[in-house]
Design a protein around this ligand. Structure first.
Ligand code: MN
Length: 374
């Protein structure tokens, strides 16, 4: 094989699909920055919107996994799409989704608008880490539609947030920790509308060369019908934590346990080191239906619980999406109490959108290319 970057090997592919005449998707592969955009607007305006957003993002994004800075870059991209329409490029009302990530070691910052998605593959299991901004996703969150029903729902392509329509648009932003061997996937709905998550997981788990993996994902989406443009970016997470000085914070309860025992073995002292380690950590957990913040680590260790209650929120777990709710049941470890408060703010923003957000009703014309319509 020819020279590939040593860190975070990656690949991306965008394809017109089998039905459409234009590819209105755009992708960006400029390590450590990656993105997928799915343009809407028709008459070639979608291409202008997605490419304008990608270009503006590339010029404004941070080179470190800083979610807030990445969010500001997405807002700059939003203004660029609006300006382009004013300047007569594309047309008024054109828009685009944008799902962007900055990857450094195992740290990933994400900023996201629309119904393109980011996923993490971990131990063969695919975890969706973005929430769709779409009518059907709202219905799933409200419990009035199942994931399966959403795949054939007539409004499945109507998105509730996009770049290009509202200068006060805010993206979702967050940072996650991944482990060496994990894979980050960014994709447009031309993939997820054609293939169920378990099939995407199987392909990503089987084809370890990222160039082969993206090719297989696109081919399978086309074999399934190729009703929409399909775009995929795969980034392999390699070892190391970049320049962050703190030890790796494991994901999930079991890895917390394993890490803690390893820590004890290395130190050879049960008490002081564990206490110090635990006291600097924090986690969020579902307690009687609301999100509660603890200092420490979830679970018990040799009969000791290493946790101290820090704050009880008023955020009902039932108002959050099902994946977050499931993770909260086991406890969501975070690096420290500050990071926990940031995460709480993100949860709060999901259930109480800021005042300047657009209403959750779809914008007139804010409809992506429908993956099933004739
Ligand atoms: Mn699409």
């Amino acid at each position: 094989m020819s020279a590939r970057p040593r860190k975070n090997t990656h690949a991306g592919l965008t394809d017109v699909g089998r039905i459409r005449s234009h590819n209105e998707d755009a992708i960006l592969l400029e390590p450590p920055l990656y993105a997928v955009a799915d343009g809407l607007g028709g008459h070639e305006a979608g291409e202008v919107a997605s490419n304008t957003a990608i270009d503006a993002l590339a010029g404004a994004a941070p080179r470190r996994p800083d979610a807030k800075a990445l969010g500001r870059a997405v807002r700059a991209a939003n203004r660029a799409v609006i300006q382009a329409a004013h300047d007569g490029l594309g047309r008024e009302g054109m828009g685009t989704t944008l799902t962007a990530a900055v990857v450094e070691g195992g740290r990933i910052a994400v900023a996201h608008v629309g119904d393109s998605r980011a996923y993490l593959l971990h131990d063969g299991a695919l975890e969706r880490i973005t929430d769709d901004h779409s009518v059907v996703a709202d219905m799933i969150r409200q419990g009035t539609l199942t994931e399966e029903q959403s795949r054939t729902h007539p409004n499945r392509s109507v998105i509730t947030r996009a770049l290009g329509t509202d200068s006060n648009m805010y993206p979702d932003t967050f940072e996650v920790d991944a482990e060496p061997g994990d894979r980050l996937l960014l994709c447009s709905d031309g993939l997820t509308g054609m293939l169920p998550d378990d099939e995407i997981a199987e392909i990503l788990d089987t084809y370890r060369d990222p160039d082969v993996a993206v090719r297989m994902l696109v081919d399978r989406a086309n074999e399934a019908g190729g009703h929409d443009n399909v775009s995929v970016v795969v980034v392999d997470i390699e070892g190391g934590r970049g320049t962050l000085p703190t030890p790796h914070v494991p994901r999930g309860w079991v890895s917390v346990l394993v890490w803690t025992f390893a820590f004890l073995a290395v130190l050879g002292v049960a008490g002081w080191g564990t206490y110090r380690y635990a006291h600097e950590r924090a986690y969020l957990v579902d307690e009687e239906g609301v999100v509660v913040l603890y200092r420490g680590v979830p679970g018990e260790f040799a009969g000791y619980s290493l946790r101290w209650i820090e704050a009880e929120t008023t955020i009902p777990v039932s108002a959050l999406d099902i994946i977050t709710a499931q993770r909260l049941e086991a406890g969501v470890p975070v690096e420290n109490v500050d990071a926990a408060y940031d995460l709480i703010e993100q949860y709060r923003a999901r259930i109480e959108p800021p005042a300047e957000e657009p209403s959750p009703e779809p914008e007139p014309g804010a409809e992506t290319d429908d993956a099933g319509a004739p």
